[in-house]
Design a protein around this ligand. Structure first.
Ligand SMILES: [Zn+2]
Ligand SMILES: [Zn+2]
Length: 339
């Protein structure tokens, strides 16, 4: 854990009509099983916040945990998707087909849940941009081929979708929750805040055990309009830091308290990363790909995009702060210099 976050006893949640269902997930980087939250509506139906990944294991875990808690998945009226990642929206289409639930998503992540921004397509569409980061052309082709062969999730049909807005309020049976748009981990990530109960449904915005990856996202363009994941994340994290909260209910792992010290630890962790990158660039101007070795000892190909995202995102923070500038070489590759 970063800082002094500590786990909270979750037994009080059921009196608030809130249940957490952890569903299994294969990739360990996520920080534990993916949580599905059920919140009771005033009329006895249910709203789900996230749905887990769309694998048979995750779906059967969700079914049995929901049955134990007497949450009827056929009586789900609404599904709120926190952000457009597979481990959060994976079962939404299927659950909506069974229950007729309306599915809510923020407009900035809409493309991800309907399948317009598939990772495999991104690697092809934005190939020139990725090469400008210093990636090897053959390696990029291999990554794109592998991504194209990976299993596809069930994307959502557009007619099921409604759009979330920052400040929108959901009235549940025992609490009111405000939708908060907190871009960073993705452009359209939202959290739910119940101010009276001092609860915060944080999905992947605040996690106790892992830093929320500021993933490379080119859905808003490559140039001036490019989504600056970590720049935005740091703003969003500072906003949450100042909330008064008794419990954070995350997207992965158990509920915890101590978000302020946890976020202070995380913000300091990023400052250290930026200082390391800046120190290297003072000595040796480098491409993003060359900078991987500054932050990562093990650089296996399967984690390449994650590592590249992390380095680029931190360098972008340095650029916005005026500490680093980029130059384009004749071959189109960006070389970064410390200022
Ligand atoms: Zn995520
Ligand atoms: Zn996640």
């Amino acid at each position: 854990m970063y800082g002094d976050a500590e786990l909270v006893d979750e037994t009080f949640l059921s009196a608030l009509g809130v249940f957490r269902f952890p569903t299994p997930l294969e990739f360990l980087e996520a920080g534990g099983p993916a949580n599905v939250y059920a919140l009771e509506n005033p009329d006895g139906t249910w709203t789900l916040f996230d749905t887990g990944i769309g694998t048979p294991d995750a779906l059967s875990a969700l079914r049995s945990l929901a049955a134990d808690a007497r949450v009827e998945l056929d009586r789900v009226s609404d599904i709120i998707i926190s952000h457009g990642h597979l481990d959060h929206f994976g079962n939404a289409q299927l659950l909506s087909e069974r229950s007729g639930a309306r599915v809510w998503v923020h407009p900035a992540d809409l493309g991800k849940v309907v399948g317009d921004e598939r990772h495999a397509d991104m690697l092809v569409k934005h190939r020139a941009y990725l090469l400008s980061l210093g990636l090897d052309a053959e390696l990029l082709t291999a990554l794109a081929d592998r991504a194209a062969r990976s299993a596809q999730p069930r994307y959502l049909e557009r007619h099921r979708l409604s759009l979330l807005a920052d400040g929108q309020v959901f009235h549940f049976k025992h609490l009111d929750a405000v939708v908060r748009h907190l871009p960073g981990h993705t452009p359209g990530l939202v959290c739910l805040h119940a101010p009276a109960q001092r609860l915060f449904f944080a999905d992947d915005h605040v996690l106790a055990k892992v830093s929320p990856n500021p993933l490379l996202d080119l859905s808003q363009g490559e140039g001036e309009t490019k989504f600056l994941a970590l720049v935005r994340y740091l703003e969003s994290a500072k906003w949450v830091r100042d909330l008064e909260l008794d419990a954070v209910l995350p997207g992965h792992g158990e509920s915890f308290r101590g978000h302020r010290s946890l976020l202070d630890g995380l913000l300091a962790f990023y400052v250290t990363r930026q200082d390391k990158l800046h120190a290297r660039l003072k000595v040796t101007p480098s491409t993003i790909h060359q900078l991987l070795e500054v932050l990562f000892v093990r650089r296996d190909a399967s984690r390449l995009m994650l590592m590249l995202s992390e380095v680029l995102a931190n360098v972008e923070v340095l650029e916005v702060a005026g500490r680093v500038r980029r130059e384009r070489r004749d071959d189109g590759v960006f070389v970064f210099h410390a200022v």
